[in-house]
Every structure is written in C-alpha cells, then in structure tokens.
Ligand binder design. Sequence first.
Ligand code: FE2
Ligand code: FE2
Length: 281
Amino acid sequence: MQTITTRRIPFEFPEDIEPYWKADMPEWCAFLNGLSLTMPYLEPFLIRSVREAAESITDERIKADAKSFIEQEAQHFSQHRKFNELLKRKGYEGLANIETEMEVSYKKLDTKSLRRRMAYTSGFETMTLGLTRFLVDKRCWLFRDADPRIASLMLWHIVEEAEHKNVAIDVYRAACPGYLSWAYGLFHGSFHVIFYSIKGARFMLKQDGMWKLKNKLAFAGLMASFAATWFPILVRSLLPGHHPSKILDPEWVGEWVQEYHDNEGIPLLDTHHDQIPARFT
Ligand SMILES: [Fe+2]
Ligand SMILES: [Fe+2]
C-alpha cells in the first residue's frame, strides 16, 4: 500500500517571479496560472466533500486515507493561494472577479447531494491522473528553463496527486456508490475546472495583448496535447470497476518521493537540466 505523506513545504513566491514564468510559452504559463487560481476554491470543496463522506465510512484504512487526502489538499491550495496573490499584485487584479465567480459556483455545488459532490470530487481526481502523466512525461517541454520556483510548485502538487489518486474513488465507492453518477461527475469535475482555468488564462493573455490567432493556436495545441495524454486514461477510467491503482505512475514520481524523503526542505528542481531530474538543487 502506498503511503500518503503530508509535506509542509515553505515555498516562497517573491516579487521577482514573472507571471509568465517560462518566457517562451506564455500560453502554457497562463493556463497553469489559471489552474492555480482554481485551487483555493476547488480543493476546499474536495476536502468538504471527502470529510463529510468519510463520516459514514467504517473501513479504517479508507478513513485514514481520507484524512491524509485532506491534509495534502489543504497544503496544495494554501501554496497556490500565495502564488495567486502574487499574480494579482503583479497587475492582474481582475483575476479576483473570476475568483468571485468560482466562490459562487462552489457554494452552489455545496447544496447538491453528497453523491453528486463526491462524484465530482472523485471524477476530478481521476482527471489528475492524466495531468500527472502530461506534466511529468512532458516536463522537458513544459518546464525547461522555467522559473524553478513555479515548476517545482506544480510538480510537487502533481506528485502528491499521484500519491493520493486512489482515495477519492475509494471514499466514493464506500460512502455513496453509483456508476452513472460517477461517470457524470468525471466530466463535470474535469470540465468545470478546465473552464475556469481557461477563463483565467484568457484574462491574462487578453490583458497583455496575447490573445491573437497565433496565441490561440498555441493554446489549442497545448490543450490537444493534454487531451491526447488524457484520453486513453479517461477511457480506462470509465470502464466499470476500474480502479486508479491499475494506472502506473511515471517512474519520476517515485524518484521525487525518494529524493524528498532524503532531502527535505524546498524541493527546487533544476529546470536548466535537459532531463529535469527528480533531484533538488
Ligand atoms: Fe491537490
Ligand atoms: Fe487531489
């Protein structure tokens, strides 16, 4: 059984971090910034759903995993919130309007049944399996020469998503099972988050005069590349009875976990290295 570790990492996001932290891929930076913006709204919702569902579960292992899941997600959104505040300070105050929209949207979701909320939660968590593959396997394309502070934040987060990939579905199946609502939740959770991520990205790029045909094509290319990685995982995930433990994590994820175990602190990666190995600088 894989252990789920709570890592309280003192990431810092000083003012010298550029909003486009990988100079040659502004569209990618804007998308991940948009995704980061969703985290302080999405992840507290995931936590609330899992916490409530876990109350009715008697399986001690699943209950313990749910606790670890909550601890990891709480770390994630608090780190992203620090970065998001930096973005707003650096001239993107308008992102606050999207935050308000998300706050309203998640409040509305909170009124839905536990099954709907847990289907969304475990569905979204299933989507992260595709994101893990995409970010890790294509890290040299997506993070080479990027600001290591942001690359390291994103890759830390996705390593922990791999670590707790089984939890939400185990909680869902133990507390409020149902295939059709889960399949609906998978699409709902995934596209709801992607929608707001794109909205944040578009806001930034538009403000900077980078929402032209060339940028839109680059953005579409990124989305297509992600979809190509995600689609096979999506199809497998939709098979009735499928479990995320059957999807292997990239080796790099295990190497990162070992490296952190040996060298705690801020897990800063060397983005100038042509392999971006799981070694901290
Ligand atoms: Fe997370
Ligand atoms: Fe997660």
